[in-house]
Design a protein around this ligand. Sequence first.
Ligand SMILES: CC(C)(COP(=O)(O)OP(=O)(O)OC[C@H]1O[C@@H](n2cnc3c(N)ncnc32)[C@H](O)[C@@H]1OP(=O)(O)O)[C@@H](O)C(=O)NCCC(=O)NCCS
Length: 428
Amino acid sequence: MSNNTLTITHDRSGKTYQVPIENGTIRAMDLRMIKTSPEDFGVMSYDPAFLNTASCQSAITYIDGDKGILRYRGYPIEQLAEKCTFLEVAYLVLFGELPTDTELKEWTDAITHHTMLHENTKKFLEGFRHDAHPMGIFVSTVAALSTVYPDARNVLDPEVRKLQIYRLIGKVPTISAYCYRHSLGHPYVYPDNDLSYTENFMNMLWKMVEPKYQANSVLARALDILFILHADHEQNCSTNVMRAVGSSQADPFLATAAAATALSGPLHGGANEEVLKMLDEIGSKDRVPAYIDHIKAGHGKLMGFGHRIYKNYDPRARIIKWAADQVFRVTGTSSKLEIALELERIALKDEYFIKRKLYPNVDFYSGIIYQAMGFSPDMFTVLFAIPRTVGWLAQWQEMLTDPEQKIARPRQIYIGHDLRDFVPIEKR
Ligand SMILES: CC(C)(COP(=O)(O)OP(=O)(O)OC[C@H]1O[C@@H](n2cnc3c(N)ncnc32)[C@H](O)[C@@H]1OP(=O)(O)O)[C@@H](O)C(=O)NCCC(=O)NCCS
């Protein structure tokens, strides 16, 4: 008997089944052979919230939550954050290898030449109320691109896919900057092709009447690093949505809008906005111990703490803390940073958090950095969606080219009524 099998005895029938184990995994479909009669459906696995179910094979991102490891295509996140630009990492995540000099130039050129929005899209944006949440505007505008590019529907053509990848990665900073300018009532700024990806984003956000926008190089690099850290994170909630929606062969604009919708929730990409609200609620450093007691008593969660996968530390949080240092040297420190540091210091020594392996995650410091740079908290999730578009597209492409994948369609365990007869309204 091979060691790479699992032997299951069905106690009701007394039959024994052997199920292969590959990569530490059994195939759920193998359980279907466990039946009491030929008519029997067979055994299913039940896994609400996918706590122990792999939905795909992927070669993009590797995470070891216990050891605090995050790698894109085999490269440690720490090395990529230190040595690469965001667009270089985007190329790696999407195409599997770091680009050569020529490949990087061509890639950068392709992205740079897809940053403009159709003028109609600008008009569409203008229809939103001035106080609309930027994430709602972002999601709707990305979805609306589907109407501008009907050719995107042909998702099985690799060349068509590549063009939509250029378009989406090129346009998400423009859409995001326009969401921001819309909320301020400022005129939209067109992209500047002389600037890098993040510098151009800053230009579209903050250029006023000066003839040429000059980005602060420290802030531009910090933003680039934050983008690198957020490019992909394997099968998280929004990526799972991207794959699920994409599996119906919906076009990538609609699938990306769906993924961004999932990202907007406070338990996912909305967490850094919640962190800022929490720091505001705490108000001052001396009120931190009381706030922690309040959380421990079961009143909510410490936002920016805990992670479904990382149960040791979030490797991105360490890099972000370093980036925060750089940013605060330019912008000056903030009272929020002081409260956050105190919160981290006390929580990391507290039995409640130690026992549950709760550590600061990537969202704990990112919001504080973004606010120091001048973003309002409601823009934070949009800032997450820009780089994560790369990961969504890489995962979407991988899903479409994986011969094992089909339209995603989970099973359920029906627990409702058995058959019953219709009751006329007067008898109910
Ligand atoms: C990220 C998160 C959703 C992961 O959830 P999860 O893996 O399902 O973890 P659980 O909800 O099972 O939590 C396990 C325990 O820790 C507690 N816990 C988890 N996160 C907590 C937090 N941030 N503050 C206080 N307690 C927390 C839970 O209440 C639970 O306690 P219990 O065992 O006494 O019931 C969760 O930690 C969270 O909501 N964090 C705050 C939001 C956030 O920062 N999200 C960004 C993620 S990048």
